[in-house]
Design a protein around this ligand. Structure first.
Ligand code: ADP
Length: 491
């Protein structure tokens, strides 16, 4: 009898995940065979004469080849940005600048489907995510900052805010278009011009954005988008005529950048790694919390610097949470990112998949207990099963180091003070989540957790009006909101 019941449960679970495929059409997206550098309002061949491939991580097929900018190309882009700043953009009335930013926002909305499809093809994230989260947020960022452009005097009363000049912006592969929006929109609203470099594995939506910028008639040189890898990024950082560096990426590269700009008058904002704690108290709405944990670490393949990669569960509810968490993991659909049913898409690159596997091996060698989804992974492409580790010690590398994949480290706690101490015991301080029914507990934790963003009874919620950024090795400076304007101004 008991055995029959168990079999029924298994069958039910299998039925739940066995949806018919619902692939998104690729017809809305055109991807050129080759992309040049967007400098001074035109697509130009790179002086380096070099190109590199960008592939679809879900199929390993080549999507396009993209120019690799060298130091001479960076110099050309920086000069274009400087001329545009001196001659046009810094002289233009703010309300005129705003009109261009509004226009870009509307054009992104009009071509939202195309952006979402290309984001998913190039980056591997589920189409549901790029369609419902990334692209709408991108348009919202442009709308939000367009609104501020002619109101800076109200944002910073009696402080006579002035733009910095040319901003060099370097972004990662986890939110390729959203990070471009986070960087470009406030820079333009505050009167700066831009040289932006997307990550080498996800350049295509930034290049599509360049097409929109060209069509919007934004004056040439105000936004320049150049592609390449680390050396191109370093050339931007070291260019003498760039006034501000805005970087989102790994803590290692953030440290290199900080060393490179030491002793110069460049301003810097760094948004780096994270190892966020998601904390569930016994009085939390458990089902809601489990869904939030799943969202925090498994949706988007854990490719979020603020991913809830450490879970702290109060001892009294540990068994219940673990049962519900494992049941939910069993229903996650892992596979084709273009399928609208998919929850967990492709890992962004082979290299990143190897890093995740390295950490899973470390966890096993450390003697931690592992549980992973029983799903079957596609034969081609870079995929990883949603995985969790229990019995994790504070000193475990799984609990201390950023993995940037769908791997959750679970620990238990008894008291508020204990969990605050454990949660803060990491070099990072980007984000955290608290799940409880008690407002007083939320206030207690939000004041004591050393994290830039803390969500209460929700997770991974973004809005252009709220500032985002970290403490400690997660970086400094804020993006989003009013605070995101200040980092592009002399006030
Ligand atoms: P991740 O580990 O998330 O890939 P990285 O920090 O390596 O993050 O990359 C983030 C961005 O920084 C990418 O656009 C990458 O090309 C760029 N980058 C890598 N190395 C350097 C460097 N030394 N200087 C400036 N930018 C760099």
């Amino acid at each position: 009898m008991a055995k029959a019941a168990k079999n029924n449960t298994l069958k039910l679970k299998f039925d739940t995940i066995n949806y018919a495929p619902a692939p998104e059409s690729k017809s809305s997206a055109t991807i050129d065979a080759q992309y040049d550098l967007f400098i001074n309002g035109k697509f130009e061949k790179p002086l380096s004469k070099k190109y590199f491939d960008t592939i679809n991580p879900a199929t390993e097929e080549k999507l396009s080849s993209v120019a690799e900018a060298n130091a001479a190309d960076v110099d050309k882009a920086a000069k274009a940005a400087r001329t545009a700043y001196d001659k046009v953009w810094s002289k233009m009335p703010a309300k005129e600048r705003a009109k261009y930013i509004y226009r870009i926002a509307r054009m992104i909305q009009e071509r939202a489907r195309e952006f979402a499809v290309i984001e998913t093809l190039d980056g591997g994230k589920p189409i549901r995510e790029s369609r419902d989260i990334d692209v709408p947020l991108v348009a919202n960022h442009f709308f939000y900052y367009a609104g501020w452009a002619d109101k800076l005097a109200y944002a910073f009363p009696n402080r006579n805010p002035k733009p910095l000049g040319v901003a060099g912006q370097i972004i990662p592969w986890n939110f390729p278009l959203l990070m471009a929006a986070w960087k470009i929109a406030p820079a333009l609203a505050t009167g700066n011009t831009v040289v932006l470099k997307p990550a080498e594995t996800t350049p295509l939506t930034a290049l599509k954005l360049a097409e929109i910028i060209q069509e919007s008639d934004l004056p040439p040189g105000v936004v320049n988008i150049i592609t390449g890898a680390g050396a191109t990024g370093a050339a931007i950082v070291n260019h003498p005529d760039i006034n501000k560096i805005a970087f989102t990426g790994s803590t290692d590269v953030g440290k290199i950048i900080q060393r490179a700009v030491a002793g110069t008058d460049k301003k810097v904002t760094l948004e780096l790694g994270g190892k966020a704690a998601n904390i569930i108290f016994e009085d939390a709405p458990i089902d809601q919390a489990v869904e939030g944990i799943i969202n925090g670490i498994y949706f988007n393949q854990g490719h979020v610097c603020c991913a809830g990669s450490r879970l702290f569960v109060q001892e009294s509810i540990y068994k219940e949470v673990m049962r519900k968490l494992k049941d939910r993991i069993a229903t996650l659909i892992v596979g084709d990112p273009m399928d609208k049913n998919t929850d967990v898409g492709a890992i962004n690159s082979k290299q990143q998949l190897e890093t995740i596997h390295k950490y899973i091996t470390i966890g096993k060698k450390e003697g931690l207990e592992i549980f992973e989804s029983s799903c079957t992974l596609p034969k081609k492409g870079f995929f990883c099963k949603p995985t969790l580790f229990t019995n994790v010690a504070q000193s475990s590398r799984i609990a201390q180091e950023e993995i940037f994949g769908p791997v959750l480290a679970i620990q238990t706690f008894r008291t508020d003070d204990e969990v605050i101490e454990k949660a803060n015991n990491t070099p990072y301080g980007l984000s955290a989540g608290v799940w409880t029914d008690k407002g007083s507990k939320i206030f207690n934790l939000t004041t004591k957790l050393r994290a830039g963003v803390i969500w209460a009874n929700t997770y991974n919620k973004f809005d252009p009006t709220s500032p985002f950024g970290g403490y400690k090795e997660s970086g400094f400076g804020r993006e989003g909101g009013l605070q995101g304007l200040g980092t592009y101004l002399n006030v």
